[in-house]
Design a protein around this ligand. Structure first.
Ligand code: SF4
Length: 587
């Protein structure tokens, strides 16, 4: 087995240390497992925005070695939930970290001024990013790319103005439209005075055993490009879901008040492909290429008829958050809003869900013209949404400042918690298929649809004889298994390709000893329990999870869901978590 290293960076002193953490990779595989183990050392009371709060980026042993092992995970304390924060992004970052010779990069401390961090192999440099202050996430990338040269491919992480304003829903953008989107890592980087991070290097491992390696690689490669397993992601991409989901009553519409969107065709994958698609691009070392880029023509000087053509990425989650859930049925309007969000560097799901809450709060008189300073918040009104985004970014008044602090923050301050659609304080993603989609968002370690795919369980439930509790157990097993996938940090679109057998074979080729299926499963249970134990220490309680009342009233793919049903399944899930935490403590 090769050695794995962490670059430990103290931003306050600008000192770095290269730490051999091979023992953690042997025990926790890599990625989320290793980052969680490192995070276990922190004080549970720590303020997420304090210099002492660490931010840990980690990739895995398969990164840049095997197909579609493309993601990097970041673990931090979330300023949005106040609990464990975790987010995943693709792009070139995993490849660049591997090239730089580090599978983990940990930031602690706080830079004395807004900074760009450069990691080029063994070279580390911090320089002033004062001239980048207030720049959009897109402009920052262009300038940093021109300025910081390397002999190797660079990956660039940066924050937009939202991160600089320390918004707890700010994301960090990576390379071409990839994001550490959820739970506010952009605000945490802003609190550390990090505007951009450039990573590059050429320290690629030599493969010792090319024969078996090549045949293993070929098997995976063929599964990615020649089977149907990833075809849908490459073709129309995840927006292929928009129309079918709406027909199944599972596409959140007008703040989750219904699952059917009458204008779904206007924002469908097919519409985007025929009207806007410019190209499909891929994360480094992915042969699928699911990233769909649309072109948007924008007039920037009407007096002189001057236009520019912009590329904006789109996928199912963005279409739900800025389309159906705000009742925007026009793809061009949707792209214009997305472009603004992309420049500011907000979590697009969170900001879309917050504006949906604003519309409903305005309809109910909880939010008035006094708050909005005269803007009438109406579903379907893209022009007003754009003005609202501008006002939020210009900190127009207290109300607009509050909107980038999260829907629960706003609902607790102004009212309307029953229709603030968030789980664990994280705004909900784009599926309302039934009980298990909601349960998955609530109980998942990062309160994401990617924790367990409850939405897919809901669809399997139709015509099934299994009870809800049995499905909850299946969902639990799936969330535990994903700890292995997230420790390898493979793209979850390839989750059916990376079976336990295939993973064991790959680990063996890389010199990992003793990883059979049993050990893989035990490791998954350990990591899942470790995360849940950390969350408990940070103050998370399953008993405080709730189904926003609005969701009781809205029919889903599987009919109505009640608070009682939800609470009952949360208890079952909690029991399974507690049993695993106890096992962990007995070890
Ligand atoms: S399938 Fe898409 S998100 Fe996944 S690695 Fe490939 S390009 Fe990136």
């Amino acid at each position: 087995m090769k050695n794995f290293y962490m670059l430990d960076i103290d931003l306050t002193t600008a000192k770095t240390e290269k730490v051999d953490i091979t023992h953690l990779f042997e025990r926790y595989i890599g990625g989320t497992g290793v980052a969680t183990a490192l995070f276990d050392e922190i004080d549970p009371e720590i303020d997420p925005m304090s210099p002492e709060a660490p931010v840990i980026f980690a990739c895995g042993p398969f990164s840049s070695v095997f197909p579609v092992a493309t993601k990097t995970v970041v673990v931090f304390k979330s300023p949005l939930s106040g609990n464990l924060g975790e987010s995943h992004a693709g792009g070139r970052l995993a490849m660049a970290m591997y090239g730089a010779g580090y599978h983990v990069i940990r930031f602690r401390g706080k830079a004395h001024f807004p900074s760009t961090i450069e990691i080029d192999g063994d070279n580390f440099k911090m320089s002033s990013a004062s001239s980048l202050r207030g720049m959009s996430a897109l402009a920052t990338e262009r300038i940093v790319r021109d300025h910081y040269k390397s002999d190797y491919k660079r990956s660039i992480i940066r924050i937009g103005p939202a991160g600089e304003r320390l918004s707890p829903i700010a994301c960090a953008t990576v390379d071409s439209s990839r994001h550490f989107g959820r739970l506010g890592v952009g605000g945490v980087l802003g609190s550390k005075n990090i505007k951009a991070i450039v990573v590059s290097g050429g320290k690629y491992w030599k493969i010792d055993n090319p024969g078996p390696f090549n045949s293993y690689y070929k098997k995976l490669y063929e599964a990615v490009v020649e089977s149907d397993q990833m075809k849908k992601y490459h073709d129309l991409g995840t927006p292929v879901n928009v129309v079918p989901l709406s027909k199944l009553n599972g596409l959140p519409t007008r703040n989750f008040s219904q699952g059917y969107f009458e204008n779904a065709e206007g924002i469908s994958g097919e519409t985007f492909a025929t009207r806007h698609l410019a190209q499909q691009i891929a994360c480094a070392h992915c042969q699928c290429g699911c990233i769909h880029m649309a072109t948007l023509r924008e007039c920037f000087n009407p007096d002189h008829h001057m236009y520019k053509t912009i590329k904006v990425s789109y996928d199912h989650e963005l279409i739900f958050a800025w389309g159906s859930n705000l009742s925007i049925g026009n793809s061009e309007d949707l792209l214009k809003l997305l472009y603004y969000v992309e420049k500011q560097g907000w979590d697009a799901i969170s900001m879309g869900v917050i504006l949906a809450w604003v519309c409903e709060a305005y309809q109910r008189g909880i939010i008035t013209d006094e708050h909005t300073d005269g803007l009438v918040a109406n579903f379907g009104d893209a022009t007003t949404f754009m003005k609202m985004l501008e006002r939020i970014s210009h900190r127009h008044n207290e109300f607009y400042c509050d909107l980038e602090k999260g829907s629960i923050y706003c609902a607790e301050k102004y009212g309307g918690k029953d229709f603030a659609i968030a789980f664990g304080k994280n705004e909900a993603p784009g599926y309302m298929t039934g009980l298990h989609s909601y349960l998955g968002y609530a109980t998942g370690v990062r309160h994401s649809h990617l924790d367990s795919a409850g939405y897919s369980i809901d669809q399997k439930k139709i015509n099934s004889k299994k009870t809800d509790s049995e499905w909850t157990k299946s969902m639990y097993d799936e969330s535990v298994w994903r700890m292995v996938l997230n420790s390898l940090v493979i793209c979850l679109f390839a989750r059916n390709i990376y079976t336990p057998e295939i993973i064991c074979e790959g680990l063996q080729l890389l010199g990992y000893e003793g990883f059979d299926e049993k050990r893989l499963n035990e490791t998954a249970v350990t990591i899942h329990a470790l995360k849940n134990r950390q969350k408990k220490e940070f103050g998370f309680k399953f008993s405080e999870l709730y189904l926003p009342k609005r969701l009781e009233k809205a029919a889903t793919t599987c009919g109505h869901v009640t608070c009682e049903q939800f609470d009952e399944q949360v208890k079952i899930f909690e029991g399974l978590v507690e049993a695993d935490i106890q096992k962990l403590e007995q070890k």
